[in-house]
Structures are given as structure tokens and as C-alpha cells.
Design a protein around this ligand. Structure first.
Ligand code: NAD
Length: 268
């Protein structure tokens, strides 16, 4: 099996550096190139040193198009606007694009679907095996329980996170809504504050906590009169997302164009 050539956009970010290290050190993968936004302080640095390793002779540039050209698959944990610009490059090059970036709105997601006509794109608010298994469980539980069970989703992340609720919380919310055969957009209850009135039956509530260095914790709570079920996932290392992203890269490289989820990659 030939090595899967990996490109990393947003390579100097928290996830970017972990992706660089795992792409360079995991058997079956080869780190091919990395980029950052124009003006980033790290431009010109060696990708190996950036990831806390020996220099690799690969230099961080600001040309994402060159990253797509040099890679079989490009990993993207950046910002919504950057990820959409990168998806257009994926469509133009036909190269696989693995998007872990969260906070992309509905209009942005429609653009991703358009780009996916020209390239295989894996898009997932969480790339870990554990969370994707949890999502399957959440669908099953939501399907088994009647709507008298209230569903609440609580998440906590580090103080630097810029979007809320997290992409993972939304993924779990969608999984719960799917189990009830409803659309999350129609039942989501976000940001309660003040005199909100009693809880509306059938809604799915979201609460976001931010603080410290928490990598990511999510609980889906099913509550009814007299009992409660809580399903929880705790991430203690960003490597779980990076490993999932590499797996998605190999799965997507050379596959026919389309918009895929981690569920497809993991065969769940
Ligand atoms: P971060 O801010 O540390 O890193 C983002 C990087 O992208 C920064 O270095 C930034 O300079 C760079 N960037 C911005 N615009 C760019 C452009 N046009 N071209 C190239 N690079 C650009 O953030 P982070 O903690 O690494 O998270 C990044 C994203 O990944 C967030 O949306 C986060 O929610 C998401 N995330 C997803 C998963 C998952 O499993 N799906 C896991 C962790 C984080």
C-alpha cells in the first residue's frame, strides 16, 4: 500500500500541529505540505519544528492551492470562511478534503455540498471513533423513548473555543432528532436566559460551558419523571480527532466525489 500524502491547512493551529505530527509519524501516511493564513506569524517555519519534532525540510507557506496539488488528501481544522475557500480548491483539484472545522452555517453547508460535486469531502463536527459511536447510541435511545423524555445536551470546552454550541453538540443533537424523526432546527432550544417559561415538550436543549484547557466533554441527558439516563464522552487528547481525520483521509483519497460523514468512514 502506498503512503497516503497528507496536506494540512491551518497547520500552526492547535489541531494543525497535532495533525502535522501524526501525519509525519503514522505508518502508511506521509506529510506532504502545510499552509497557514497570509500574515500568520509562523510562515516560513519548518513543519517538523512547528510540531515539536526534528525539521522535515517542509516549509509552512500561505498557498493552500499548492497544498492540494502536493497531497492525496487535505486536512482542514481552520475557520468557517477558510474551510469554504479550501473546499473550492478541493472541487477544482478533485483532491480529497477532510473538514473538521466547526461553526459553518447552513448557507456554508450548502456551499460544501456544491463543492462536493467535484471532490470527495468528509465533513464532521467530531472525528473521534468514540463520539461517532455515541451518536449512534443517542439515536437508538431517542428512538426507544417517547417524547415525554426531555433531551438536554451539555458540553464543555477550553477557553479559546470561538463557536457555541460545539460542532459535536450539534452532531449529537442531530443524532437525537433523527431517532425521533424530527429536524433539529425545528426543536433545538439554544441559550436559555431570563423568564423562559416551562420547558416545551419535545425540544432538545443545549448548554455550553467554557473554561481552562478542556479538550471536549459532552453529555446527552434523557430525563423524565423519576429517572434519567446520561450518555457521556470525554476527550482528554486532541490525538483522537487527528487519528480520525487521518483515517478519513485514506478512506476518501481517490473516492468518487460526494459529501461524506464519519459514519461513512467508520462504516457505522
Ligand atoms: P486554532 O485557532 O488553534 O487553529 C485554527 C488555525 O487555522 C489557526 O492557526 C489559523 O491561523 C488557521 N487559519 C485561519 N484561516 C486560515 C486560512 N485562510 N488558511 C490557512 N489557515 C488558516 O483552532 P483549533 O482549536 O485547532 O480548532 C480549529 C477548528 O477545528 C475549530 O473550528 C474547532 O472547533 C475544530 N475542531 C474540530 C474537531 C473535530 O473532531 N471535528 C476537533 C477539534 C477542533
Amino acid at each position: 500500500m502506498t503512503d497516503c500524502r497528507i496536506g494540512v491547512v491551518g497547520a500552526a493551529g492547535r489541531m494543525g500541529r497535532v495533525l502535522l505530527r501524526l501525519a509525519a509519524t503514522t505508518p502508511g501516511y506521509r506529510l506532504a505540505a502545510g499552509s497557514e493564513r497570509p500574515g500568520a506569524a509562523e510562515l516560513g517555519r519548518d513543519l517538523g519544528s512547528l510540531a515539536g519534532m526534528e525539521p522535515l525540510g517542509l516549509i509552512l507557506g500561505d498557498n493552500a492551492e499548492a497544498v492540494f496539488a502536493a497531497s492525496d488528501a487535505v486536512l482542514d481544522f481552520t475557520t468557517p470562511s477558510a474551510a469554504l475557500a479550501h473546499a473550492a480548491l478541493a472541487a477544482a483539484s478533485g483532491k480529497a478534503h477532510v473538514i473538521g472545522t466547526t461553526g459553518i452555517d447552513a448557507a456554508g453547508e450548502a456551499k460544501l455540498a456544491e463543492a462536493a460535486a467535484g471532490a470527495p469531502i468528509v465533513y464532521a463536527g467530531n472525528m473521534s471513533l468514540g463520539v461517532n459511536l455515541l451518536a449512534e447510541l443517542v439515536t437508538q435511545v431517542a428512538r426507544s423513548l417517547d417524547p415525554a423524555w426531555d433531551i438536554e445536551i451539555i458540553e464543555m470546552h477550553h477557553r479559546h473555543k470561538v463557536d457555541a454550541p460545539s460542532g459535536t453538540a450539534l452532531l449529537l443533537g442531530r443524532a437525537a432528532a433523527a431517532g425521533r424523526n424530527v429536524k433539529l432546527e425545528e426543536v433545538a432550544e439554544r441559550g436559555r436566559d431570563g423568564i423562559t417559561g416551562a420547558r416545551k415538550s419535545g425540544t432538545i436543549g443545549f448548554t455550553a460551558l467554557r473554561g481552562g484547557d478542556v479538550v471536549g466533554e459532552h453529555s446527552v441527558i434523557f430525563a423524565t419523571e423519576g429517572e434519567r439516563i446520561e450518555l457521556t464522552h470525554k476527550a482528554t487528547s486532541r490525538e483522537i480527532f487527528a487519528r480520525g481525520a487521518l483515517r478519513a483521509a485514506r478512506w476518501a483519497a481517490g473516492r468518487k466525489p460526494g459529501l461524506y460523514a464519519m459514519k461513512d468512514v467508520l462504516g457505522l
